[in-house]
Structure formats: C-alpha cells, structure tokens
Design a protein around this ligand. Sequence first.
Ligand code: NAP
Length: 259
Amino acid sequence: MDLGIKGKSALVCAGSKGLGKGCAFALAREGVSVTLVARGIEALEATAAEIRQQSGGQVKTVAADIVTPQGREAALAACPQPDILVNNAGGPPAGDFRQWDRDVWIKALDANMLTPIELIKRTVDGMIARKFGRIVNITSAAVKAPIPILGLSNGARTGLTGFVAGLSRQTVMHNVTINNILPGLFATDTMMSRIDAMAKQAGKAFDQVEQERLRTIPAGRFGTPEEFGQLCAYICSAQASYLTGQNFLIDGGAYPGTL
Ligand code: NAP
C-alpha cells in the first residue's frame, strides 16, 4: 500500500532509539524526509546513517534536549514546517507520589505534556495553511490502564491526551489529524533497564522478571519498534485523514477490556 506521503517532511522527537526510531524508519521508507532529535549524538548519527542507507531518504539530525526551549528552537530551525510531527521524549521515573514535590511534577509535565503541546502550537497552523498535517503523540498504555508506580506518567500523559482530544476536533476539517499511540511493552533500552531495575529491587534474576512480564502479554512476546513504527506511518498516511483524536493501544492484547 502506498501511504501517499512521499516527499513530506517529518520532525521525529526522541528519534535515535526505540519507538521514535521505529517511527522514523517507517516514515523514511515511505519517502518522507525525517529530522531526528535526541540528546546523545552518537546514537543519533548512527540511526541517521542506518535510515539513509536503508531508505535512501533525506535525514537531518539535531542533537538537543527537546524538553528545553533551546532544544525545541534547534529542532524547529532544522525542520521549520513539518508535515508530520511525532512527539516523544523519555518517560518520567517510577516511584511513590508521597516523595514527589512540585519540581518533580513540573519535570514530568514538561517532558510528557507541555513539550508536545508547545511543538503542536508551533507547527499546527502551518499544517492547516498547507491543508495537510499528521501529529502523533507517543504516550503509553498507562493512559488507558494506569500503572500505580508510574503516577507521574499516568498524570502527565493523560493531561496531554485530554488536551489533544479537544484540539484534534478543530483541525481535522483542514486535513490535520492528531492522534496518540499507546505502547504496551516493547523491547527497547528503556524497557530493558526498567526490567533490570525491577529485578535488582526484588532480588530476582533479570530473566525471571522478563518472563514474568512476558506472561502478562497474550501475544507471548514484547512488541518491536518496527511494528510500532508501521502503525505510526499508517496514521500519518494520506489515507488516514478521517482518523483523529484517537488513542491507539498497541500491546499484544495485554489490556483485558472489551473496549
Ligand atoms: P528508548 O528506546 O530508551 O529511546 C528513548 C529515545 O528518546 C532515545 O532516542 C533518547 O535519546 C530520546 N530522548 C529521551 N529524552 C529525550 C529528550 N529530553 N530530548 C530528546 N530526546 C530524548 O525509549 P522507548 O522505549 O522508545 O520510549 C519512548 C517513550 O515511550 C518513553 O516516553 C517511554 O516512557 C514510552 N513508553 C515506552 C514503553 C516501552 O515498552 N518501551 C511503554 C510505554 C511507554 P537520548 O537519550 O540520546 O536523548
């Protein structure tokens, strides 16, 4: 299926590894020029080279922290008028809400709610003027089924979800859609280090905790960044212009509800 986005440009935040990288790859394979943002230059350049080699497409890199105003300026200077915006950043730490002061909350809100909103604010009117835009926010399955120790994530990401639920209904008439993808468990660095931390905390072996996690997934495996990216690419396709304000759970069946 030709997704009809050849020649478009995408700003992919937190795109050097994991889910963001999966999105960048899938978009580049469709002929989209991608601008990747991440803090660590080594992984960023390695990913850019890999994407260029496999897709033959144009890839720009911006070594910056997307959660800072300077980082966002640098990202938008490299890709001032994206047709596609993939909002992503690292997730907040786990813990007990009794230990979290205002600064901890503001950090989580900055990364997982206010940065995506700021980037939407800076790019959505250009998309509306050009009559094409696709905004995808990478959130978490925790938006649908909150994880008690991830209260910062539950709170910040749900705030973003509520905001875009309203905005997405105002932009769709201009062929600008805004949707969220909610990952369950995916085999990425972040997830592996989380399993490692859980194992150390419980005094268990890594493999044992990994198996425990796998047993919670009807698919019997972790998701891959590639399949996550392919869903993202479809949501960004020309064909997906009637999809907006939606929350796409991709979790191998882990969420047990009917709806
Ligand atoms: P990952 O494989 O560790 O990759 C994280 C990416 O984000 C890296 O490219 C990292 O590069 C970049 N990054 C982090 N903070 C950044 C910042 N402030 N500015 C720019 N780039 C930044 O992580 P992942 O598993 O793909 O996770 C992506 C998001 O999905 C996270 O918010 C995570 O909490 C959420 N999530 C993941 C899962 C899962 O199972 N994997 C499940 C639910 C939710 P640098 O460190 O070099 O900046």
